[in-house]
Design a protein around this ligand. Structure first.
Ligand SMILES: O=P(O)(O)OC[C@H]1O[C@H](OP(=O)(O)OP(=O)(O)O)[C@H](O)[C@@H]1O
Ligand code: HPA
Ligand SMILES: [Mg+2]
Length: 159
């Protein structure tokens, strides 16, 4: 599936992401998790921040790739885990079509699955998420961006 389905961008700064993670953690703090399973690579960043808030030191990974930038390809599962997820917190940055989530759910059916952001097609596959984002929106994460010079408006208009 190609990038043509995305008509808008939803840009998230490091600050926003950090605030969002802390807000999600308020909803998780009462639970007692054995550890976190992060879905690489996008799940690694929220997983590290969640681990700090919930004081979790045991972190494992499911290594999986589905997209090449905005283009969705076949699922490439490079590493799984040797348990069914019982008592574990499963973390990804977002759920979009739900293809990745469906595959990981099969591997860890008993895990508590959370994402920071969820689009409608993938939303039913997670147990909890913080913010819903429209299906046609591409979520632009801070680790995919950089700070760039912007020309003053007056100079732009001279051209
Ligand atoms: O719901 P889906 O349509 O499956 O899309 C969601 C998945 O896509 C992205 O991962 P990606 O495959 O781009 O790899 P990355 O985490 O290494 O960036 C994102 O981090 C989710 O894991
Ligand atoms: O909206 C998105 N943003 C970043 N990565 C993604 N992978 C699937 N959908 C997205
Ligand atoms: Mg991912």
């Amino acid at each position: 599936m190609s990038s043509e389905r995305y008509h808008q961008h939803f840009t998230i700064s490091w600050d926003q992401l950090h605030r969002d993670v802390r807000q999600l953690c308020h909803q998780l703090i009462e639970r007692d998790f054995k550890g976190i399973v992060a879905i690489t690579r996008g799940g690694l960043i929220p997983a590290a921040l969640i681990a700090r808030e919930l004081n979790i030191r045991l972190i494992d990974t499911v290594c999986i790739k589905s997209y090449d930038h905005m283009d969705q390809g076949g699922l490439d599962i490079m590493k799984g885990v040797d348990h069914d997820g019982d008592g574990w917190l499963l973390v990804d940055d977002l759920v979009d079509t739900g293809k990745t989530a469906r595959a990981v759910r099969e591997m860890l059916p008993k895990a508590h699955f959370v994402t920071m952001y969820a689009k409608p097609e993938g939303r039913p596959l997670v147990d909890q998420y913080l913010t819903e984002v429209a299906q046609q929106c591409w979520i632009q994460f801070p680790w995919d961006m950089g700070i760039a010079y912007v020309e003053p408006l007056a100079d732009q208009l001279k051209k």
